[in-house]
Design a protein around this ligand. Sequence first.
Ligand code: AP5
Ligand code: MG
Length: 210
Amino acid sequence: MNIVLLGAPGAGKGTQAKLIEEHYGLTHIATGDIFRANIKGGTPIGKLAKSYIDKGALVPDEVTCELVKDRLTNGEVGAGFMLDGFPRNLFQAGELDKFARVDLCINIDVDKCLLMDRICGRRVCSCGASYHVSTLNGATTCAKCGQPLYQRDDDNPATVEARLDTYASQTAPLAHYYEAQGKLFTVDGGSGTPEQVFAVIKQELDKYIK
Ligand code: AP5
Ligand code: MG
């Protein structure tokens, strides 16, 4: 079972990916995480990606598609994969169709007015855990592993505005792309807890995965 997770910045793609991975054992591949690891490692891809990520723009297609193609064709994907943050425009979706099969696109729909607060209030840990400041009660370390929490460089209001614009103009049209193929499942990601959103996704995935 191969899944594409679609949704605006802050919609909850990473949050749901973790829950789906834990429950179904699908391999989570997040292009944003791959770029951030490259930035941290100071690689040439990281240097290039940072110049785009800081502006809220998309990293060039040829770099991104090659990364995902390499990961899917040379990496172990076990029971299937779950792409978080890829494809991000129609060109990437067309390229993906050339090297892998997509069974379902889960579109996490969240009202734009919730997204800015979710993202600017997000604090993350290098172990992958993610929190919102409103639930931290002043804590500055991760409840799961004790490491210090930090804010992503692109989680500031100006960059978030640009990311939301990029999403609206380039990524949102992908919902129609997958709908036309009969592969779109849209879930309301804005009015329930992560666990409640996952329960709705699970109902759908249970139809595919026994
Ligand atoms: P990427 O890392 O993919 O970021 P994004 O798409 O902007 O999405 P986020 O990671 O910010 O949000 P999310 O949907 O994962 O939400 P989360 O679960 O964390 O990409 C970053 C950049 O890399 C791009 O801007 C681009 O430059 C580049 N890039 C990446 N892929 C690319 C590609 N294919 N092509 C070109 N460039 C690419 O949740 C957010 C917050 O909300 C958290 O605090 C969470 O705890 C909270 N939350 C989640 N669910 C709920 C809920 N149900 N209720 C309340 N709070 C919730
Ligand atoms: Mg994410």
